[in-house]
Design a protein around this ligand. Structure first.
Ligand code: UDX
Length: 438
């Protein structure tokens, strides 16, 4: 059955979710306070670089199933279900800042006059959904006829469309039969395709998302700690990850050692979980997460120090080439990017940093020159850093590039370059965790 659905918030999460729901056959209106973004989306264009999103937006703005507005009055009583897809950035001390969610429900509540289901998708501290429900009920003419459910999103940038259309699993946190049935109707297509569904209480659904992120971050920090061990003891962390990854209980994914995790989600979501665990007196969890974070931060610092070493003990006044600015390949997102932290640290140490990324556009900032090609980045460089593993960097020709640099030294911060090819072309290639590569 076709439902009328609103999606409030149209950034990575909301824009993809809105387009995905239109693809599932529903009538969808996306809402955002950003006038320019709404204009772009209504033209069937995407304001972000995300594989497959623009074709979906184009198709469904044209089919009439999808449109965007800045006006909550258009969606309030029109929609059978409202999704909240707003950002929950890091607030003071690392706790989640819920102000965008609160602002959205405060705008929506007075406009709701009929029984309504409001479904949260954002990653939030446990307890948020019930707080939002109370807030909605107390300031809406519909009062207790408003209900909140939680349907966390596991969206991964660069795979967002695929993940929305064919999710690994769906989580429905509800406290009524009616809410559950509506969610089952919205997701009828993936449910028919046998996507596993976890039906649970709302607190569990909020915690599931936090736990998934914390576990992924843990995997990455674990393998990075093993990379340190390999470095110290003379081992190869890539082969180690391959070998343990064959054990199905472990799995090879998220065992790529290197610069660690960044982005708009993992770092802030695990920080918020640690803060809440602390508040609830669950110190075992907050201490655990703090170690995961410390290992992650350490990888960045170590890489910057390695670059300084390779430049002969100081980078002051020296040109350093940085390949990659996005927090991972396949996206133009530079939020909490490990590559930029390293670049910042080298700039602070006096380096002249030239940075190239195929997609990310950096706002002009002190200390970096963003250049338009790998060649421009490498020209005159004392050390080259490979910090975001875009596939095109694996295709580079070390022989040709060798003529551009001052010295043929490259640090592969993501352990993805083909070492023999670079070494045969006379480069010193350094990878942390592949001890025999130093
Ligand atoms: C993540 C989660 O995957 C997603 O489920 C959640 O909803 C939001 O956070 P995303 O931030 O898009 O998604 O990025 P992801 O692909 O998970 O990568 C996170 C970071 O970890 C990147 O900086 C990446 O480079 C790094 N990473 C990932 C590693 O260092 N090693 C790995 O093996 C995998």
């Amino acid at each position: 059955m076709t439902l009328q659905v609103s999606v409030i918030g149209t950034n990575y999460l909301g824009a993809t979710h809105a387009a995905g729901l239109a693809e599932f056959g529903h009538q969808v209106i996306g809402v955002d306070i950003d006038v320019d973004r709404v204009k772009t989306l209504n033209a069937g264009q995407s304001h972000i670089f995300e594989v497959g999103l623009e074709p979906l937006l184009e198709r469904h703005t044209a089919s009439g199933r999808l449109r965007f507005t800045t006006d909550y009055a258009e969606i309030a009583d029109w929609a059978d279900v409202h999704f909240l897809a707003l950002g929950t950035p890091s607030g003071p001390g690392g706790a989640a800042d819920l102000s965008q969610l609160y602002a959205a429900v405060d705008t929506l509540a007075p406009l709701l006059t009929k029984p309504t289901l409001v479904v949260g998708k954002s990653t939030v501290p446990v307890g948020t959904a019930m707080a939002l429900e109370e807030r909605l009920r107390s300031s809406s003419p519909a009062g207790n006829a408003i209900e909140v459910a939680w349907n966390p999103e596991f969206l991964r940038e660069a795979y967002a469309v695929e993940g929305t259309l064919r999710p690994d699993r769906l989580v429905f946190g509800t406290h009524s039969r009616h809410a559950l049935e509506l969610l089952e109707e919205i997701y009828a297509i993936p449910i028919t395709d046998r996507v596993p569904v976890i039906r649970c209480d709302i607190a569990t659904s909020e915690l599931i998302k936090a736990a998934a992120n914390a576990f992924l971050a843990t995997k990455i920090s674990f393998i990075n700690a093993m990379a340190q061990m390999c470095q110290a003891a003379g081992g190869d962390v890539v082969l180690l990850a391959d070998a343990i990854g064959y054990d199905e209980r472990i799995g090879r994914e998220f065992l790529n050692a290197g610069l660690g995790f960044g982005g708009g989600c993992l770092p802030k979501d695990i920080a918020a979980l640690a803060v809440q665990a602390e508040q609830l007196g669950v110190d075992v969890l907050s201490d655990f997460i703090r170690s995961v974070e410390a290992i992650n931060a350490g990888q960045r610092t170590e890489l910057a120090e390695l670059a300084i070493d390779q430049a002969g003990g100081s980078v002051a006044g020296k040109r350093i080439a940085v390949l990659g600015a996005a927090f991972k390949p396949g996206t133009d997102d530079t939020r909490n990017s490990p590559a930029l932290t390293v670049a910042d640290q080298l700039h602070a140490a006096g380096a002249d940093v030239r940075i190239y990324d195929p997609q990310a556009r950096l706002a002009p900032r002190e200390g970096f020159t963003q250049v338009a090609s790998v060649e421009q980045a490498l020209l005159g460089a004392e050390v080259v850093l490979h910090l975001t593993e875009w596939p095109e960097f694996r295709q580079l020709d070390p022989e040709r590039l060798g003529d551009l640099v001052r010295s043929r030294v490259i640090i592969d911060g993501r352990l993805k370059l083909h070492a023999p090819t670079w070494r045969n072309a006379g480069w010193k290639l350094v990878q942390i965790g592949r001890a025999n590569s130093l």
